[in-house]
Design a protein around this ligand. Structure first.
Ligand code: COA
Ligand code: AMP
Length: 631
């Protein structure tokens, strides 16, 4: 078998040949005319002229190929005490019927549908049903508040919204429908129909004429067939945090996405058809899209839908129970989940209760994997622990130890080497490549491989400005890091105002926009500080308007409530403090990075452009009074 170096070189030197061959793993209604259309950079198009259906590739073809009785989805929900297996044949039936439901509600190829559901198989059914019709889904994570949902409704302009009546988060029962109602109330665009999957622990009020019960519609529906779409037609939009309150609608196509994810299952994760793959994330995030739903199903593997937490449902042995009960070959989750387990069960006593002989590898991503957690997981599980780096924008890993091709020795702190197809470079701010070991901006030479973002939904200008302008001919990842002498990539963190809280991507800019609306506040800054469990957590500093007479504690409580209500509990905004002024450069730029270094106890250089060096002394004192840096 060819080595990583050979395969990697081929993918970079002759991407058309490489990805043309990889595309044979997908069933096409019509083969492409051109593998890569580079006629309009930086907009690259894969498999132009090709026609396919993603749902057919993820479901129907496996039934036709004899996998009908194999489990496609294992739904494991400790919070509702349910374990249910759904075979590929059953999934095909459900998806075809729900596609029929959507069709009967007016959904056609090219329409958008918003899905606001917890970790239940119906979420996958809704996504695949959209794909079946050539409609474009946009899944919104359940931890976002009504306003965030409203922003997405206004931007995606869905014809139909699909939701569940509620979710169980750990031990809390949450009603989703009131949030959906509030979001539709707030949005200018109104979805014509709302389809509600009712769960037995929480009911939902249905508005006559607009809201319909999932089960009732399913009982009356006729199945719908797969609609062939162009390879370049959009499959989904996934909103992700940028540097402002307006999220970015990452757009993924059908053809490139299907080819890349199918290819990645074997080559990155070493997963074969029939293997059980478990991604313990949420369908609302990119990991959920790529590796709970599409990747494993495109590959004919079995995916686990886990509605629970790593701890507390019921204990820190939950992951080991699921792995042993369902014969999971590989688990993919965020390092935070492992930090949570480690905190609760540092000696791994729970593991001793389960037989994990089926388990071959652990994959971690979503945030930096700190060496402590890496070593703890290695010692505990005695299987390869694979860190891999990617982003919502890329949809699949940029840097990873491609175990299906060749496994490299790990250097803790590095996700190892660039994935086949990604030409990763490090550049200084002037766009010059730096030497091995020197830190800079991580960029990727264009074209990006298939499956990566093709544009931002209804915002081409932002696509160009955010990703394609700073380094001409390269995609700007907004992560910083370096590549060492051996070609290992080290990702050190975001260079912008995006933070990662418990593996969840959030915008400090969006939090600032909310805080700035407080009537007593003149200006504010939010930045991410190191958090032992969640990796990062947000901290806010605010300056009061002159002459306002309010208690600082009251404002702090109000800010927590405001961010929770406007963005959602998932923002985890809990800490803030009043300062007399914020440190700024002479041109007025707030020095968030410097404040973050002070809070984290890291060395920092006094910026030469600072307006008033004494402002940093005040910040240092304030942070100290809050207990930062933590020792
Ligand atoms: N719907 C509604 N609320 C949600 C939610 C959802 N889908 N997901 C999270 N929330 C809420 C939580 O209930 C919590 O609310 P609270 O402030 O009222 O307690 C808040 O958002 C913060 O959630 P979280 O950051 O997840 O903290 P937690 O204490 O509930 O759990 C962990 C901590 C580490 C167990 C949890 O974050 C975890 O499992 N992380 C794994 C990371 C992961 O899957 N990342 C996905 C990308 S790979
Ligand atoms: P998201 O778009 O939610 O997947 O978040 C993407 C961001 O998470 C990246 O830009 C990184 O900052 C961070 N990230 C994801 N995976 C890793 C990793 N393995 N190591 C370091 N940072 C990571």
């Amino acid at each position: 078998m060819a080595s990583y170096d050979e395969i990697f070189e081929k993918s970079i030197q002759d991407p058309e040949r490489f990805w043309g061959e990889a595309a044979e793993g997908i069933s096409w209604e019509k083969k492409w005319d051109k593998v890569l259309d580079s006629s309009n950079p930086p907009f690259y198009r894969w498999y132009t002229g090709g026609k396919l259906n993603t749902c057919y590739n993820a479901v129907d073809r496996h039934v036709e190929n004899g996998r009908g009785d194999q489990a496609a989805i294992i739904y494991d929900s400790p919070v509702t005490d349910t374990v249910r297996k759904i075979t590929y044949s059953e999934l095909q039936k459900d998806v075809a019927l729900f596609a029929g439901v959507l069709k009967s509600q007016g959904v056609q190829k090219g329409d958008t549908v918003i899905i606001y559901m917890p970790m239940i198989p119906e979420a996958a059914v809704a996504m695949l049903a959209c794909a079946r019709l050539g409609a474009i889904h946009s899944v919104v994570f359940g931890g976002f508040a009504a306003q965030e949902l409203a922003i997405r409704i206004d931007h995606a302009q869905p014809r139909v919204l699909v939701c569940a009546s509620g979710a169980i988060e750990g031990k809390k029962k949450l009603a989703y429908k009131p949030l959906v109602d509030a979001a539709i109330e707030q949005s200018n665009h109104k979805p014509e129909k709302c389809i509600v999957f009712k769960r037995d622990f929480v009911d939902a009020d249905l508005q006559t004429g607009r809201d319909f019960d999932w089960m009732t519609l399913m009982a009356a529906a006729s199945p719908a067939d797969c609609v062939p779409v162009d390879a370049t037609d959009p499959l989904y939009i996934l909103y992700t945090s940028g540097t402002t309150g307006m999220p970015k609608g990452v757009m993924r196509d059908n053809g490139g996405h299907a080819v890349a994810l199918h290819w990645s299952m074997k080559n990155i994760y070493d997963i074969n058809p029939g293997d059980v793959f478990w991604s313990a994330s949420d369908v609302g995030w990119v990991v959920g899209h790529s590796y709970i739903v599409y990747g494993p199903l495109l590959n004919g593997s079995t995916t686990v839908f886990y509605e629970g937490k790593p701890i507390g449902t019921p204990d820190a042995g939950a992951f080991w129970r699921v792995i042993s009960q369902h014969g999971v070959k590989s688990l993919f989750t965020a390092p935070t989940a492992f930090r949570a387990i480690k905190k609760e069960d540092p000696n791994g006593d729970f593991l001793k209760k389960y037989n994990l002989s089926c388990f071959e590898a652990l994959y971690l991503a979503g945030e930096r994997l700190d060496p402590d957690t890496y070593h703890w997981a290695c010692n505990l599980l005695k299987v390869p622990v694979i860190d891999h780096w990617w982003q919502t924008e890329t949809g699949w890993a940029i840097v990873a130890n491609c175990r299906g091709i060749e496994e490299f020795p790990v250097k803790a702190g590095s996700p190892t080497k660039p994935v086949v197809g990604y030409d990763v470079r490090i550049m200084d701010n002037q766009g010059r490549e730096v030497k091995a070991g020197v830190e800079g901006n991580i960029v990727i030479k264009l074209p990006l491989p298939p499956g990566t973002l093709v544009n931002l939904w209804r915002n081409e200008e932002r696509f160009i400005k955010s990703y394609m302008t700073a380094f001409k001919g390269y995609y700007e990842t907004s992560d910083g890091g370096y590549i060492d002498e051996d070609g290992y990539v080290f990702v050190m963190g975001r260079m912008d105002d995006v933070i990662n809280i418990a593996g969840h991507r959030l915008s400090t800019g969006a939090m600032e926009e909310i805080i700035a609306t407080h009537p007593a506040i003149a200006e504010c800054a939010v930045f991410g500080i190191a958090d032992q469990l969640k990796g990062q957590s947000p901290l806010g500093l605010f300056v009061l308007k002159a002459g306002v007479d309010v208690k600082e504690d009251d404002i702090k409580t109000e800010l927590v409530k405001m961010v929770r209500e406007k963005i959602g509990p998932v923002a985890c905004f809990k800490e803030s403090a009043r300062v007399l002024r914020l440190p700024k450069t002479r041109s007025g730029k707030i020095l968030r990075g410097t404040m973050r270094s002070i809070a984290d106890g890291k060395d920092y250089r006094m910026p030469s452009t600072i307006d008033d060096p004494a402002s940093l002394t005040e910040i240092t004192e304030t942070l100290k009074s809050m207990g930062y840096p933590r020792t």
